[in-house]
Design a protein around this ligand. Structure first.
Ligand code: PLP
Length: 445
């Protein structure tokens, strides 16, 4: 009887009695109930409407309950809910065609997974078999997923508790000028020094042992750090020189989030493998995948690829992807996201930085922005420690909710990551709420 679960209090009570939540100590949790959602809005258990500036976990790129995606799922469900991966299915074939038509270069084949972590697991497996090498290099300040290998490739505190047998994973510093690991003062310097550092890591680890470099084209959860000019082209060049597979993780940055179909297009670089999930179908049904270059595809033309999943290319998920991508094409969503970043969010956040001392830096593109909050602009001391929270950050988040905004926060940062198709008025409503919340939190402390 699903009707009973529509009672918010009963949903909450059953959750606390039986649901085990991600990344949390279970005992003290007080999760929010969501009873309804539409476009960029959600309604909590008390019936309060909040503007969703999180896109949940940065995936409802077309907002909630988009009628075309809902209809596609319903139609597919009424026709054929599921077939195993070995069979051909029209929704899966068309989803693969549409994805390949938007990925850069010769990434012409798609292996479907259930989400982002397993996409990275499979991309790394392909790279290891393709190169005959084992190690995987990735950056500090990154997130690549919660499964065993993906969490070990991850460079954030979620790895710490899982770091037991790292399977050949090695971390290096990516570029991040605001907190430069290289004492750089300009984007050019940061780019050059980060590349020199990466080449040293390759040399010292041994190029003959390295299968892949995995990079988020724009690191997402870790802080939306746009790579400086020349960096991704430099990584491509190092990968070519040393026979290393370049895996671009576009799980968060892909499908229009950055104002291009894929964020790596900003750098005009083509990776060997590109992983995606989230925005591919606005997250309505779990789906991820690996887009594969012709050279890596050729490795598995005669040789068996030793991997698979029961739900690889699930028809319901693929039907949602077809509807999402066609809608994005018809509604020019990607250009819309670029405009939103350039003309609305970027200028408004710059204005907020002029008003609020807590804002140390504003950075982003498209519908993908971060506010780096600091206790002191001179020392750049973060408003919450790395991997932790603080009363000031907690006050900001509480104030956002009171102002009608659902905020995305990570340590000392607020990310502004609304649906790509949010209207200008809705975006301005959320930005005004953020402005008011910063004022309110400052006054409350
Ligand atoms: N890669 C990136 C860049 C991500 O942001 C995420 C999730 O946030 C993942 C991988 C993992 O995806 P999933 O949670 O679908 O396994």
């Amino acid at each position: 009887d699903l009707d009973a679960t529509h009672d918010p209090q009963r949903a909450y009570d059953l959750d606390r009695a039986h649901v085990f939540h991600s990344w949390s100590a279970q005992g003290s949790l007080k999760p929010m109930v969501i009873t309804k959602a539409e476009g960029p809005y959600i309604w909590d258990g008390d019936g309060k409407r909040l503007l969703d500036f999180t896109s949940q976990l940065v995936y409802t790129n077309l907002g909630h309950q988009h009628p075309r995606i809902v209809a596609a799922i319903q139609e597919q469900a009424a026709t054929l809910c599921t077939v195993a991966p070995a069979y051909v299915n029209g929704a899966r074939s068309e989803a693969a065609r549409l994805i390949a038509s938007h990925t850069p270069g010769d990434l012409n084949h798609v292996f479907f997974t259930n989400g982002g972590a397993d996409a990275n697991e499979h991309a790394i497996r392909m790279a290891r078999l393709h190169t005959g090498k084992h190690k995987v290099l990735s950056t500090y300040r990154s997130y690549h997923g919660g499964t065993h290998l993906a969490v070990n490739v991850t460079g954030d505190p979620r790895r710490w508790a899982n770091d037991n047998g790292s399977s050949g994973t090695v971390h290096f510093f990516g570029p991040f000028l605001y907190r430069s690991a290289f004492s750089a003062t300009t984007p050019q310097e940061e780019s050059q020094r980060a590349l020199a550092h990466l080449e040293q890591v390759i040399t010292l680890e041994g190029a003959s042992t390295i299968a892949a470099i995995v990079l988020e084209s724009i690191p997402g959860t870790a802080g939306i750090m746009i790579p400086p000019p020349g960096y991704l082209a430099g990584v491509r060049e190092l990968c070519d020189r040393y026979g290393i597979v370049f895996i671009a993780d576009e799980v968060m940055s892909g499908f229009g989030r950055s104002g291009r179909w894929f964020a790596i297009e900003h750098a005009d670089v083509v990776p060997d493998l590109l992983t995606f999930a989230k925005g591919v179908n606005s997250g309505y049904v779990p789906l991820g995948g690996v887009a594969i270059s012709d050279a890596i595809y050729a490795t598995f033309a005669e040789r068996v690829y030793p991997g698979g999943l029961t739900y690889s290319g699930h028809p319901l998920a693929c039907a949602a992807a077809v509807a999402t991508i066609r809608t994005m094409e018809d509604e020019e969503t990607v250009a819309g996201a670029a405009w939103l970043g350039e003309d609305v969010i970027g200028p408004a956040l710059a204005e907020l930085a002029g008003k609020h001392d807590w804002i140390g830096e504003v950075r982003g593109t498209g519908a993908f922005w971060a506010l780096e909050l600091v206790a002191d602009r001179e020392t750049r001391e973060p408003l919450a420690p790395y991997g932790g929270s603080s009363p000031a950050m907690a006050a900001v988040l509480t104030a956002c909710r009171e102002q009608g905004l659902l905020p995305f926060a990570n340590y000392n940062r607020i990310h502004v990551v609304p649906p790509l198709n949010i209207t200008e008025d809705q975006a301005r409503e959320g930005l005004a709420a953020l402005d008011a919340a910063l004022t309110q939190a400052r006054a409350a402390l």
